[in-house]
Design a protein around this ligand. Structure first.
Ligand SMILES: [Zn+2]
Length: 221
């Protein structure tokens, strides 16, 4: 009897040891994945500050058109904040969701039109007053077939962010205007961290759905 109790006790000790070991191992694995994810270093993480020098952007588009190198007098700096920002936007392959307060910069409009030409689904959500100011590119983009919706309330739609392919977020203080690029003190954060990107995707979808023109269309008999 004494011997049987001893065996049963040893078995429970062994089971307890295995459970404790498994628990510690799993927690260790979770910690490892949380803090040392091997793919984390591959995620895009970048901060850009403006104003920046005016640099030529033609080569960004020539890469896709196989044209000759540009010989214009502007500085050809592939690494300027301006060009880096445009390259991130041009990396879109499927979708570009853009939420911007003021949009008058022609290079950004060129990017949007180029993506539209490549069959990237572009959606723009903007401010109803600023979309109509002199120099705004919104009307031209809408005429080119790009989906545009605007804030319906009297408050400003003051966001400035873009989501590329539902995975890359570009956000900050920068409006898509020449003054913001060349004159203002502005910042941009670019990230593929899903914990940051997902709320922006949700915010865009919420704003996009809330501003569906069909909700504001009333039949008059
Ligand atoms: Zn040039």
């Amino acid at each position: 009897m004494f011997s049987n109790n001893l065996v049963i006790g040893s078995k429970w000790k062994l089971i307890g040891f295995v459970v404790a070991f498994a628990t510690i191992s799993l927690e260790g694995l979770f910690w490892l994945f949380r803090h040392h994810r091997p793919w984390r270093s591959k995620l895009v993480k970048e901060v850009l500050f403006f104003p920046t020098d005016v640099t030529c952007t033609n080569h960004l588009f020539q890469m896709t058109h196989n044209e000759r190198p540009c010989t214009c007098p502007l500085l050809h700096c592939d690494d300027s904040p301006y060009n880096r920002l445009l390259k991130h936007l041009l990396s879109a392959r499927k979708t570009l969701d853009l939420c911007v307060f003021a949009f008058s910069n022609q290079d950004f409009a060129r990017v949007v039109l180029e993506l539209h030409r490549r069959n990237v689904l572009v959606r723009i959500f903007t401010d109803k007053d600023y979309m109509k100011i002199t120099g705004s590119q919104i009307g031209n983009l809408r005429k080119s077939g790009i989906a545009v919706r605007h804030e319906q309330s009297a408050c400003f739609m003051h966001h400035k962010f873009a989501v590329v392919d539902k995975k890359l977020l570009i956000t900050g203080s920068l409006n898509w205007t020449c003054k913001a690029i060349q004159c203002n003190k502005e910042n941009i954060l670019i990230t593929e961290d899903a914990e940051i990107v997902q709320p922006f995707i949700a915010e865009f979808e919420k704003l996009w759905n809330e501003s569906d023109p069909m909700k504001f269309f009333s039949l008059t008999c």
